[in-house]
Design a protein around this ligand. Structure first.
Ligand code: CTP
Length: 439
């Protein structure tokens, strides 16, 4: 396949060299088009040696081959990594002042942008508006990862790992084996799904492949179960496998969403096109989800969060006492409450309807109260928009592939019952209902 790798002028340009290697090693024919600024970070000899082709930044080299038109038209995929704020702005405005922006105007194949910049630049309304414009026109934007930036600061803005960018490109190449006109995508604000009451049968239908109803929407999913350390080798944990959260992230990405997955102690492969942040404890999960809350249109709290953590952490391994006469003595572990992350998100959102927040309720039922009654109470207490209630126990749900859930709505619309069904089907049903609430 013919790939154009656009590189714009950011410090992460060096990571594009690794991305280039991934493409060439899997047999693709890659032409690198760096901007003039990118060449300050990584010089032309590196790109030429790694791609085996000459590189140019302006439209005045080898003019007889008309590269400013030919490269874009012949490409099967164009990927810009890193895409700086300046490059996104020029692309969104249709400027054609260097070879890369000419390529972007002539390309009729899938175009992928992997932005990387400082958090302030990424979050600036101008950059966000440019990203929205590009998505609206059919481009694929891989949201930047959170983490350490060039200086001592941290936050969203890091270039995703080359392997993750490569995975998105590989999927797009599989979906679009031949160059085709870039599909127009509706802007999220104009794609509100029809407000038809969901029926259990409809909700449990698997989503048709290739459905794009989440295109451009930003979804944060928490998955897994938190661990609260007692000492360097022990923790208080729970049985959550993370399968449901991972299925939600996978299905949201497959339906076109930009997905950030906050994963607590899950040993599953990260789904394609999903940015992942790994956390261990409830407090770390809270910090990660709060960092992403301003970015998100939809937050799905599928993680099982420990309500309590040990009050004290022993820096070295806790030992049994060997004192004579003390052989049966056992330590007392004092617990303190963890924050209720879901309720906190709802409180911070205040009167705004954005982001839409979905909770999960793992219930075992109790004498005199059914799982559904407990779910209704929890929905009222937490104040989230949807509550996905499932019945749990040692042998039920945790780690299982089949599940039955009831999706309760705060707006009084009828509940949706799904299952027993696989976690992907449940995920699609949850996303179907959430999509109706997203406006
Ligand atoms: N949750 C949370 N923070 C916590 C505990 C739970 O955000 N400290 C979230 C979970 O991610 C889930 C929802 O709240 O989306 C419900 O979790 P569950 O454990 O069922 O509810 P609890 O709040 O623990 O309620 P209870 O102890 O009364 O069952």
């Amino acid at each position: 396949m013919k790939i154009v790798l656009g590189v714009s002028g950011g410090i992460a340009a060096y990571k594009a060299a690794l991305l280039l290697r991934l493409f060439t090693e899997s047999g693709h024919d890659v032409t690198v088009v760096p901007t003039a600024a990118a060449l300050h970070f990584v010089g032309a000899p590196t790109w030429e040696a790694l791609s085996g082709k000459p590189v140019a930044s302006d439209v005045w080299s080898r003019v007889e081959q008309v590269p400013h038109v030919r490269l874009g038209k012949e490409a099967d995929l164009v990927v810009v990594a890193p895409a700086t704020a300046d490059l996104l702005a020029r692309a969104a405005n249709g400027l054609a002042d260097d070879l890369l922006t000419n390529v972007l105007l002539t390309a009729r194949c899938p175009v992928v942008y992997a932005p990387a910049m400082h958090t302030e630049m990424w979050e600036h309304p101008a950059t966000q508006a440019n990203v929205e414009t590009l998505i609206e026109r059919g481009a694929h934007v891989i949201p930047p990862a959170s983490g350490r930036l060039t200086g001592a600061d941290t936050g969203p803005g890091r270039l995703p790992e080359p392997e993750d960018i490569f995975a998105v490109c590989r999927r797009l190449l599989a979906e679009h084996p031949h160059p085709s006109p870039t599909a127009h995508r509706d802007h999220p604000a104009s794609t509100a799904a029809p407000v038809d009451p969901a029926t259990p049968a409809a909700a449990s239908e698997p989503a048709p492949a290739g459905r794009d109803d989440y295109s451009g929407w930003r979804v944060v999913v928490t998955a897994g179960g938190t661990r609260e350390p007692l000492d360097p080798v022990r923790f208080l944990g729970n049985r959550s496998s993370g399968k449901q959260g991972y299925a939600l992230a996978a299905r949201a990405a497959a339906r076109g969403a930009l997905v950030r997955l906050i994963s607590a102690n899950v040993s599953l492969p990260v789904p394609p096109d999903v940015q992942v942040a790994h956390v261990e404890t409830a407090q770390q999960l809270q910090a990660a989800v709060r960092e992403d809350a301003g970015w998100a249109d939809l937050i799905i709290m599928a993680a099982a969060v420990a309500d309590y953590r040990p009050a004290a952490y022993a820096e070295s391994k806790m030992k049994k006492t060997h004192e004579p006469g003390q052989e049966h003595a056992a330590p007392t572990i004092t617990l303190v409450r963890n924050p209720d992350i879901l309720a906190g998100l709802v409180a911070e959102r205040g009167a705004a309807a954005h982001p839409v927040i979905v909770g999960f309720a793992a219930e075992t039922g109790e004498p005199g109260k059914s799982v559904l009654e407990l779910g209704q109470e929890k929905l009222a207490r937490k104040g989230c928009d949807l509550l996905v209630v499932n019945e749990v126990g040692v042998d039920v749900t945790f780690g299982r592939d089949e599940n039955t859930v009831h999706i309760l709505r705060r707006d009084g619309q009828p509940q949706v019952d799904v299952g027993p069904a696989g976690k992907e089907v449940i995920a699609d049903a949850v996303l179907d209902v959430a999509r109706r609430v997203l406006t």
